[in-house]
Write a protein that binds this ligand. Structure first.
Ligand SMILES: [Zn+2]
Length: 174
């Protein structure tokens, strides 16, 4: 009788450890599963550019969390001509939505895709409006230009860092 009792309590202890082990195991699993769904409402083709926006902010010491901001992103035909992207928000549009024109997306380079996604996130995340200012040579001061002003774009490998600094400039001041 006595030895049976001891056996049972020992099993009890072993069972407890196993349970703890399983609990900590499934905690890890939950974390792994949750990671990729953070930008769940963003088209998978836009995700790398949303992530790049966060990375460029982080490289400048600015914390940007687009998943928490719940900004959505889609690629679809925008009926209005010459419109590559738009940011929809307001009383009747929550969460905010970045729409990128499907035709534009198909024919554009990685650099120009980045330009447009960053521009729209400039509206949707940074709350920036348009800025049409130009340098004396006519080049746009900001990627937040509307595209209907007089300045022209000069976004390439050598100017990219300047334009991204300018994009986040207000955030530096906070
Ligand atoms: Zn705009």
């Amino acid at each position: 009788m006595n030895s049976n009792k001891m056996c049972r309590s020992r099993n009890g202890i072993i069972f407890l450890f196993i349970t703890l082990f399983f609990l900590s195991c499934s905690d890890d699993d939950v974390e792994e599963v949750m990671e990729p769904v953070t930008l769940a409402n963003v088209d998978e083709e836009l995700v790398p550019y949303f992530e790049r926006f966060q990375e460029e902010a982080a490289a400048r010491g600015i914390s940007v969390d687009l998943a928490t901001a719940e900004i959505e992103g889609v690629i679809e035909e925008i009926d209005e001509q010459h419109v590559a992207g738009q940011c929809s928000y307001g009383r009747f549009r929550n969460p905010r939505l970045v729409t990128i024109d499907a035709s534009f997306w198909r024919r554009s380079s990685d650099r120009f895709k980045e330009f447009i996604v960053f521009h729209e996130l400039g509206h949707c995340y940074l709350n920036r409006g348009h800025l049409e200012s130009a340098f004396s040579n006519g080049v746009c001061v900001s990627i937040m230009r509307s595209g209907v002003g007089d300045c022209f774009d000069n976004y390439h490998v050598n100017t990219r860092a300047y334009y991204i600094n300018e994009l986040f400039e207000q955030e530096f001041a906070r």
